[in-house]
Design a protein around this ligand. Sequence first.
Ligand code: GLU
Length: 444
Amino acid sequence: MTAIITRIAPSPTGYLHFGLARTALFSYLFTRKAGGEFILRIEDTDAVRNKPEYEADIFEELAWLGLNADHRFRQSEHRARHTECLRILIEKNLAYESEEPAKDDPSKIARVVRLKNPGETVVFTDLIRGEISFDTTELGDFVIARSIDDPLYHLAVVVDDEDENVTHIIRGEDHISNTPRHILLQRALGFRTPAYAHIPLILMSDRSKMSKRKHESSVKHYREQGILPEALINYLALLGWNPGGEREFYTLSELVEIFDLSRVQKGGAVFDEVKLFSVNQHWMRTLSVDDFIIRGNLVAHDAEKLRQIVPLLKERAHTFAEARAMLSDELACLFTVPAIDRNLLLAKELSDRPGMTKAALESLSEALKSLPEGVSSEIAKEALMPLADAEEAKGKGGRGAVLWPLRYALSGQERSPDPFTLVSILGPREALSRAQKAVGILEG
Ligand code: GLU
């Protein structure tokens, strides 16, 4: 039995996008499960659109995802071999040079190379889509090189797949119409035909094709937002493939164990960012407090307080970008004393009961004095909630008449965690000082 060898062949003409990341993942899973080899080949023959920063990004994102290749090649390293194959085809009268107006500049004449198309019906069995039959007459004598030393993708990919002993080509469905051309070239050159598996495209929610160029469909974009690689792997694996059953969360090595090309779906797979974020939240929640801080790049001048806040961030944030924004926005009050607006503080005061907010803050202050440092939010709630319940029993004002001024006095914000959580993170002493400051503002 020949060893399984797969490859991915990204062109460095943009940041690594979702489609390619998923192709890489499926190839990786298929290969690792079979104990084969996984090749990364940079298709850098398009000198005009290639950029070193894009190539660097492909390496960086694949390493970040943990999809490490066993071998790396650059297509441009094989130029001489491509030209040799073109010459062989011309010598055997299976291809010919043809003088034509150059595509990019019709005022110039180019000597392109065209394959003599025998015009057969090409049939191949796709591992996902089954038997596919293509009448190739309509392709005519298609161009395989811009000149004898400037091969096009079709020629280069066929030669490289042969020379690298690739046994299985897993790639996006957008390449399905290229496959008959590749098979014609393999036959002309006397090469094997590898097995093909064309995987469904990733679609946007309106079922349009996901763009390869937009920054929002790049892996880099999601890495910058603080998506964890384990979450992206988990999400991408289930985009167009399912292992059966209800289970939603898998690690990369678990996926290697169970991956099976026959369960790849034929129809397009719709990208759902909300789902990706919820998968990410799951993986964020599995991290220890220290890992959460380190991997999330979270910084705060009070390291201990930051550790205390992690459970709150785990509860609320779906990405680390969101967690960082919370720290500098709605949770900033946990690190610095907020400014208090008198009118907002009085927002729940009833016009027929002047002074009720101040009275509430004073009795809350008394209750805070009885709480020990390090108190949990549950115990803080047990101590403070009866005051709110008593207010509710009086009617009209409701619990909010007590809880609002407390929460606002502690946070200085209209949106924040609940007051008991604030008391537990700030500590009752700091909470008391903020409550008294609020009383001072009402007296002033
Ligand atoms: N360079 C092609 C792409 O980025 C891949 C071609 C192939 O897999 O054969 O889509």
